[in-house]
Design a protein around this ligand. Structure first.
Ligand SMILES: *Cc1c(COP(=O)(O)O)cnc(C)c1O
Length: 363
């Protein structure tokens, strides 16, 4: 039968759980795509069968995300990390400045790469607060004249999430890797959003980029082709051989979310799922959440027991019950439950139940 989900709950932060019906379809398509007698990984990326796959994936992406016509949807490679470099490479020319909102490890890496390539200004720095909080608009230092403002909407490691996009100067660019399509996106505010697939969209190896055409028109041309956003967009994500299997599975995930009722429905489900676990934290007097309550993530729920020994004991107890990968990131410690789109509400309920029992027995 299908997948690990039968007996195991996978709380991994990424690569992470995928919807079982998507995996079933992918399994069939590995052997025979669409009755062609050839598996999806074995089709030419320029042949009719795969052209249909990529066009459908793009169409479903646009429909699901309610993405306006003046945005292009190139599928790239190299993960979110390559975007840390590609964004300033393409969008920052000599003498131009970008403003970065620093909310954790992933923005740190983006800032380090951008500093190699251009002038970077920190609009806010959450280092001293242990990245437990996010800034209010009036805390942002935006001097004016920036080419773009950069932020990360969900901080996978600390479990903080922006409920609305920040005030910005110039184009607004967002790393949505660990929450892409967990909720609707405000296209009046964003100019470029992107996500590595392996958190909430599909297998590692493909990076979803959604970019306003104006940025493509104004991006730098003095770069090797493989590193140019406009080249990938113009060539329909087939500038070179794209990650065909990853694109196919991501397309199946888009279709699956549409079948679940789309992004509004998914958002409500994610809020309800996360509330089960946050309620267990708040009701306990035992667990402590890492993120401030006003910026808690629906995707990555971070918390600790009263001491590290109990954290370890909790992990052991959870693992024995088939609740896997609850260990927090090494830089934060404690525990982290990742509850992406494909993660079942029933799993959140089971974790909350265990948390209650464990607190009673060890409090
Ligand atoms: C995982 C993650 C990344 C890094 O993704 P790669 O695909 O490994 O490069 C970047 N940003 C965020 C928010 C992430 O969660």
């Amino acid at each position: 039968m299908s997948t690990s989900t039968a007996s195991v709950l996978n709380f991994s932060a990424g690569p992470a759980i995928l919807p079982p019906p998507v995996l079933e379809q992918a399994r069939a398509d590995i052997l025979d795509l669409d009755g062609t007698g050839i598996g999806v990984m074995e089709h030419s990326h320029r042949g009719a069968a795969f052209t249909k796959v990529i066009e459908e994936a793009k169409d479903n992406c646009r429909r699901l995300g309610d993405i306006p016509d003046d945005f292009e949807i190139p599928f790239l490679q190299g993960g979110a990390t390559s975007m840390f470099a590609l964004i300033p490479m393409n969008l920052l020319a000599a003498g131009q400045r970008a403003d970065y909102i620093h909310t954790g490890a992933w923005t740190k890496k983006a800032i380090e790469d951008a500093r190699i390539l251009g002038d970077v200004h920190l609009a806010w720095d959450g280092t001293d607060g242990g990245f437990r909080s996010l800034p209010a608009d009036d805390e942002l230092d935006l001097p004016g004249g920036a080419r773009y403002t950069y932020y990360c909407s969900n901080n996978t490691i600390y479990g903080t999430m922006w409920s609305t996009p920040p005030r910005s100067d110039g184009w607004l660019i967002c790393d949505m890797s660990s929450e892409m399509f967990s909720r609707p996106i405000d296209w009046t505010r964003h100019d470029l959003v992107y996500a590595g697939a392996q958190k909430n969209l599909g297998p590692a190896g493909v990076t979803l980029v959604i970019i306003r055409r104006e940025l493509l028109e104004q991006s730098r041309r003095d770069l090797p082709a493989m590193f140019r956003f406009d080249q990938h967009a113009d060539k329909g994500s087939c500038l070179n051989t794209p990650p065909t299997f990853g694109i196919h599975v991501m397309g199946l995930v888009f279709k699956w979310i549409l079948e679940q009722g789309g992004l509004e429905a998914m958002h409500q489900r994610n809020l309800d799922k996360a509330a089960l676990i946050y309620d267990a934290i708040d009701a306990s007097g035992f667990y402590r959440g890492h993120a401030d309550t006003d910026c808690r993530s629906t995707m990555n729920i971070t918390f600790t027991c009263p001491n590290a020994e109990l954290d370890a004991k909790f992990l052991e107890t959870a693992t024995a019950r088939g609740m896997m990968n609850l260990k927090g990131h090494r830089s934060v410690g404690g525990l982290r439950a990742s509850t992406y789109n494909a993660f079942p509400a029933e799993g959140c309920r089971q974790l909350a139940e265990l948390m209650g029992e464990f607190a009673s027995a060890n409090g």
